[in-house]
Structures are given as C-alpha cells and as structure tokens.
Design a protein around this ligand. Structure first.
Ligand SMILES: NC(=O)c1ccc[n+]([C@@H]2O[C@H](COP(=O)([O-])OP(=O)(O)OC[C@H]3O[C@@H](n4cnc5c(N)ncnc54)[C@H](OP(=O)(O)O)[C@@H]3O)[C@@H](O)[C@H]2O)c1
Length: 261
C-alpha cells in the first residue's frame, strides 16, 4: 500500500469564528494547515492554541485585500508545508446601511475584502501554490445565503457574496477537467463575533435592542436557531475530502433552512 503524504491546506481569516473551526477540523483530519488573518498577534495566538491541541498548523499575517501580502503569504505556505491541495477562502467582513448613504470607502472595502480577495488568493494558490500542476485540488469559498438573495441594508455585502458564487461556478466549470473542484459554502446566520457585530448594526439602524434583533432573526430560521461554526466546518471538511470529487461549481447552504434555493 502506498503511503499518502498529508495534504496541505490554506485557510484565510482563521483566527475567529468559522475559519478557526475549519482549521481545527482540517488539521484534525491530518491536513497541515497554513493560516492567516491581518494581525501578527492574532495569528501567533491561534497557531499556539492549535499546536497545543496537537494539530499541525502554522501561519503568517496577511491582509487578503493586498496583492503583495497574498503573494508573500502563499510563498510562505509552500516553503513551510509544500504545494497546496486545499484552499479555503474564508476571510470576510460585514458591511452595509442605507444604500444612498454608503460611502465609497465602505463599498470598495467590502468588495475588496469579500470578493477581490477570493480572486487574488485563488490565482496565487493555483500558480505559486502549485495547485495548477496537480490532478486533485479543492477550492472552497465561504460565501453566504446573502450571495443568493438580497439582504435589506446589506447591498455591498450581498453584492460581494453574489460575486463569490458567480466566480465559484465559472471557475468550477473551467477547472472541472483537471480534478480541481471549486465550491461555495453559503452559511445563513452563524454565531460568531461577526454575527454579534451584525446584530449591533441592525439594532442601531432600527433603533432597538440586540436581543430584539436576535429574536427577529431566529424567527426567520425554520430550525429556530443560528448554525454553529462547527456545522459550517463540517461541510467544508466533506468538500475537501476525496468522496466529494464529483461535487463542483455548487453553492451549498448551511443555514437551518433559512434559504431553500
Ligand atoms: N457569521 C455569519 O453569520 C456568517 C454568515 C454567512 C457568511 N459568513 C462568512 O463567513 C466568513 C467568516 O465569518 P465569521 O463570522 O467567522 O467572521 P469573524 O468571526 O469576524 O472572523 C473573520 C476572520 O477573518 C479575518 N479577516 C477579516 N478581514 C481580513 C482581511 N482583510 N485579511 C485577512 N483576514 C481577515 C479576521 O481576522 P482579523 O480581523 O484579525 O484580520 C478573522 O480571523 C466570512 O466570509 C463571512 O462573510 C458569516
């Protein structure tokens, strides 16, 4: 029997929420995971926490909005663990408001963080990261149910995530003959620090409390609760596996029934 070498995964935005649980799950399944977020402190703390759990991880700071950072980060990942088998584009931000009042800065930052970053990181992993030369690869983009339907007071966010879904479908079809699959995972409401910030934003916009917003959101979810980061990571882990070789160009929801499209 031939010994399979461990697969190398890269996860962006891995110091919190969904990215942290994705990293924990992939590393727990024997992947060597190279991770990033913007701050050195956050990366160092997360790497230490996961090493203490016995997982094989390392990382470096990288702002996914920056082409230079992305180039450096992917070179560091290859130098540390070897060419990349699995890319999880997870880093993202919320952002919105009354559309007529949205500043250029907010609009461009949401699109740069959530959408342009996915192109920059994917291109770099395919080239410098060596994925293009392999006969198997996994690119998994964390989009959102807001990438399939409009979200009130969330025009930049919704636009960015629709863009991620479109990019995923186009690249999935392009790369299908190569054995590299490209899929989007679309969470609905997931309890993370971002979800807390989103509730704060809506509470301010509607002049109400965060608890009232939580109740309103939960009432929209057939399951009656937010999903957990672990539940989102579970689907990412499946898509990264060999069994998922025929799933490509898809945008799959993890949302307690919130979206059934
Ligand atoms: N939570 C939800 O309800 C929900 C629903 C649908 C989709 N999503 C999507 O799921 C993904 C993760 O969200 P989350 O809820 O886990 O958010 P989170 O808890 O706020 O974590 C976001 C992570 O991304 C990093 N990050 C942010 N901007 C970055 C940048 N420019 N470059 C590199 N890293 C960056 C953050 O670290 P630093 O700030 O230190 O850089 C952090 O590690 C996002 O794409 C989000 O849009 C979330």
């Amino acid at each position: 029997m031939t010994q399979q070498s461990p697969k190398v995964a890269v996860v962006t935005g891995a110091t919190s929420g969904i990215g942290l649980e994705v990293t924990r799950l992939l590393a727990g399944r024997g992947h060597r995971v190279f991770l990033c977020a913007r701050t050195e402190d956050g990366v160092t703390r997360t790497v230490k926490e996961l090493l203490d759990e016995g997982l094989e991880v390392d990382g470096a700071p990288c702002d996914v909005r920056s082409r230079d950072d992305v180039g450096r980060f992917v070179r560091q990942a290859v130098d540390r663990f070897g060419t990349i088998d699995v890319l999880v584009n997870n880093a993202g931000r919320s952002g919105g408001g009354i559309t007529a009042d949205i500043t250029d800065d907010l609009w461009y930052d949401v699109i740069d963080t959530n959408l342009n970053s996915v192109f920059l990181m994917t291109r770099e992993v395919l080239t410098t990261g060596g994925m293009r030369g392999k006969d198997r690869g996994r690119i998994i983009n964390i989009a959102s149910t807001a990438g399939k339907q409009g979200v009130v007071l969330g025009a930049p966010y919704s636009a960015s995530k629709h863009g991620v879904v479109g990019f995923t479908k186009a690249l999935g079809n392009e790369l299908a003959p190569t054995g590299i699959t490209v899929n989007a995972v679309c969470p609905g409401y997931v309890e993370t620090p971002m979800a807390q910030r989103v509730r704060q934003g809506y509470a301010a916009a509607y002049d109400t409390t965060e608890d009232a917003i939580l109740e309103k959101f939960q009432a929209k979810i057939p399951l009656g609760r937010y999903s957990t980061p672990e539940e989102v990571a579970g689907l990412v882990g499946y898509l990264a596996s060999d069994s998922a070789a025929s799933i490509t160009s898809q945008a799959l929801n993890v949302c307690g029934g919130l979206g059934n499209f």
